[in-house]
Design a protein around this ligand. Structure first.
Ligand SMILES: Cc1ncc(COP(=O)(O)O)c(C=O)c1O
Length: 384
C-alpha cells in the first residue's frame, strides 16, 4: 500500500478560475466600451505545483502561457500548445536564443546584457519581445532613465531582423495591498512609455482583478494581463479571501490518520513537546510532514479537517507526520480521512497564514513523493 497522502489536481477548478478572470475582463471591458485584455496564464514553477501538462489542458482557453523555464516551455510545445508563450525572465545565455527561435518563444528583455546577447547571436528568425521597465520593484527591468535607449537598441535589432513584435511591460510590487504604490508605478510606466507604441503588459493576478489598474492604460494598443496565483484558487490579495472572489481550490492535499492515541493532562505531543494537553484528549497522527511540503512553521491551531470535522494541528510538524486534535471527531480511527488544504478542507491561504507564508509557497512546495491524482471533469452529483 502506498503512503496515504495525495494531492488532487482539479482541472475543472483550474478552468473555472481562468473563467472567473476572463468573465471579469469581458464584462468590465464591455461596460467601458474597450477591448478586452488578452490573458497569459502564468504557469511557471511547474504551474504553481499543479503540473505543466495539467495546466496546458486546463488553460486551453487562455490567449497565451507565461513561464520562465525553457524545459517547461518546450514541454508545452511538445504537448501541442500552439499559442504564444512568454518567457518572463527571457534568455539566460546566448545558446538559449536558438531554442527561442525553434519553439517560437517570446522573450522578456530586461537588461542590456540580453540585448547584447541578441546582437551577437546569428538569428534565423526574429523573436517577439517585451522590453521590461522597472517602475519601482527593483527586481528586473531597465531603469526609467535607461528605457528609451534600450527601446532604441531593440528597434535597431528589429531592423537587423532579430526582433519582430515589440511590447512594453512592468511588474507591480504592492498590487496585493491597498497601497498608493501601484498608482505611483503606473504613472512612471505611463510617463516613460506613452509615446512608444506596442502591446502593454503590467498586471499580475492582483492587478488583473483590480480593473482600475488595467483600465488606466490607453486602449489604443493591445494589453496582456499575466494572472498566476488566482488561477490556482489562492487569493492574490492580503485583504480578501479566494472564496469571496469566486475562486475554487485547484489542489487538495489529503491524507489519513495512521495512529490514534489518548494523551493525559500535562503530557506533551511531538518534538519539543510544543503542545501540552490541559485535559485528557484524543490525538491523531497524520501521514503528512514537511518532507511532503506541509510547512514546518505551521503552529498549533492551524486548521485541518478530519472526517469532515474542522479541527487543529497540535505541536511541531515532523518530517513525515503531524498531530491533530481529535476533540469533536466521533469514533476516530486509523484510516479516517484528513484534508490538509483544498476542497472540503481549510484553504491553502489559511494554512499559509498560520505558517507565516503565502499560498504560493505551499502550492509550489508539495513534494514529488506525494502522489498526484488528476480530476479531469466535474464529478457528477448523486442521481445525475
Ligand atoms: C513577471 C510576472 N508576471 C506575472 C506573475 C504572476 O503573479 P501572480 O501569481 O501574483 O499573479 C509573476 C509572478 O511572480 C511574475 O513574476
Amino acid at each position: 500500500m502506498p503512503r496515504p497522502i495525495t494531492a488532487t489536481i482539479s482541472l475543472p477548478s483550474l478552468r473555472h478560475n481562468l473563467g472567473v478572470v476572463s468573465h471579469q475582463l469581458n464584462s468590465i471591458s464591455s461596460q467601458n466600451n474597450r477591448k478586452r485584455p488578452f490573458v497569459w496564464a502564468v504557469i511557471k514553477a511547474n504551474a504553481y505545483g499543479h503540473g505543466i501538462a495539467n495546466a496546458v489542458r486546463a488553460f486551453s482557453q487562455a490567449d497565451g502561457l507565461a513561464m520562465l523555464d525553457l524545459n517547461e516551455a518546450i514541454q508545452c510545445r511538445e504537448l501541442g500548445w500552439q499559442g504564444p508563450i512568454l518567457m518572463l525572465e527571457g534568455f539566460f545565455q546566448p545558446s538559449d536564443i536558438a531554442l527561442y527561435e525553434r519553439y517560437k518563444l517570446d522573450a522578456t528583455l530586461h537588461c542590456a546584457e540580453q540585448l547584447l546577447m541578441l546582437e551577437r547571436t546569428a538569428c534565423r528568425q526574429p523573436l517577439n519581445a517585451y522590453i521590461k521597465l522597472d517602475t519601482g520593484m527593483n527586481r528586473l527591468g531597465f531603469e526609467p532613465a535607461d528605457f528609451p535607449q534600450a527601446w532604441e537598441h531593440a528597434l535597431r535589432l528589429r531592423q537587423q531582423g532579430k526582433l519582430a513584435q515589440m511590447g512594453k511591460m512592468t511588474h507591480f510590487a504592492q498590487a496585493d495591498e491597498v497601497s498608493p504604490y501601484t498608482d505611483e508605478q503606473l504613472s512612471v510606466y505611463q510617463r516613460v512609455t506613452h509615446q512608444i507604441s506596442g502591446p502593454d503588459s503590467v498586471c499580475n493576478s492582483a492587478a488583473t482583478l483590480t480593473p482600475a489598474v488595467w483600465l488606466s492604460l490607453p486602449d489604443t494598443s493591445p494589453q496582456w494581463v499575466r494572472p498566476g496565483i488566482c488561477l490556482y484558487g489562492s487569493t492574490p490579495f492580503t485583504y480578501q479571501n479566494a472564496q469571496s472572489i469566486g475562486l475554487r481550490p485547484s489542489m487538495t492535499l489529503r491524507s489519513e490518520l495512521i495512529s490514534v492515541r489518548r494523551v493525559e493532562t500535562g503530557e506533551g505531543v511531538g518534538y519539543g513537546q510544543m503542545f501540552k494537553a490541559s485535559q485528557p484528549m484524543m490525538v491523531g497522527i497524520v501521514a503528512c510532514g514537511y518532507a511532503d511540503g506541509y510547512p514546518r512553521h505551521a503552529t498549533t491551531g492551524t486548521p485541518v479537517v478530519v472526517s469532515g470535522v474542522r479541527t487543529r494541528l497540535l505541536g511541531r510538524v515532523s518530517m513525515d507526520m503531524l498531530a491533530v486534535d481529535l476533540t469533536g471527531v466521533s469514533n476516530p480511527a486509523v484510516g479516517n480521512p484528513v484534508v490538509l488544504w483544498g476542497e472540503d478542507g481549510p484553504s491553502v491561504d489559511e494554512v499559509a497564514q498560520a505558517a507565516g507564508t503565502i499560498g504560493y509557497e505551499l502550492l509550489c512546495a508539495v513534494a514529488p513523493r506525494v502522489a498526484r491524482i488528476v480530476v479531469e471533469s466535474e464529478l457528477k452529483k448523486d442521481g445525475q
